[in-house]
Design a protein around this ligand. Structure first.
Ligand code: IMP
Ligand code: MG
Length: 184
């Protein structure tokens, strides 16, 4: 159940509390949109969203991009429904676009260990794009395990589990319009 008017969300005995409000998220996305639009104004970039998590961020980011662009999606599945990543990723849906010689911007909801971004970047680079940059709404710097370059970051957050705004807990809570953090 969506219960956004409450200050907290209970999942069994676990309690999630507000971390980033809808207003805070939208304001930051406006800034990111401006910055990216300015940087790519002479190019025709393809924004590549990583499903499922990035669908909400991708949608709001695109509304703040004021230059011509294209979009496409990868769908990854990381095994399991738990709070801790399995450390394995699988490609569930490939791109449709021909990305050779194109300027690409990968759009992620959150970079945790960095494995997903590393996996996607390697697949993309094999097709010889003109350039690749990464934008993520959230980054947990303390949990990075792989060397990845993130070009645009919405918010750096502590190494804690978050839900909402595309991010799930066992596939639920993606529909919340703000972000909640597990309180310990
Ligand atoms: P990474 O591959 O370890 O960087 O993890 C990235 C993916 O794990 C994200 O795209 C999310 O789907 C998921 N993930 C990582 N941290 C969280 C979290 O705090 N809440 C929900 N999903 C998360
Ligand atoms: Mg994701």
């Amino acid at each position: 159940m969506k219960s956004e008017n409450k200050d907290e969300i209970l999942v069994g005995t676990e309690k999630f509390v507000p971390m980033l409000s809808q207003e805070t998220i939208q304001k930051r996305i406006e800034e990111l949109g401006k910055e990216i639009s300015e940087e790519y104004k002479t190019k025709l970039p393809i924004f590549i969203g990583i499903l499922n998590g990035s669908f909400m961020f991708m949608s709001d980011l695109m509304k703040n991009i004021n230059i011509n662009c294209e979009i496409d999606f990868f769908k990854l599945s990381s095994y399991g429904d738990e709070k801790i990543s399995s450390g394995r990723v699988k490609l569930v849906k490939d791109l449709n676009a021909d990305i050779t010689d194109r300027h690409l911007i990968i759009v992620e909801d959150i970079v945790d260990s960095g494995l997903s971004i590393k996996y996607v970047s390697e697949m993309i680079l094999a097709h010889n794009p003109a350039s690749v940059k990464v934008v993520t709404l959230l980054l947990k710097p303390e949990s990075l395990k792989y060397e990845v370059k993130i070009d645009y970051i919405g918010f750096q957050i502590p190494n804690k589990f978050v839900i909402g705004y595309g991010l799930d807990y066992a596939q639920k809570y993606r529909n919340l319009s703000s972000i909640y953090v597990l309180s310990e």
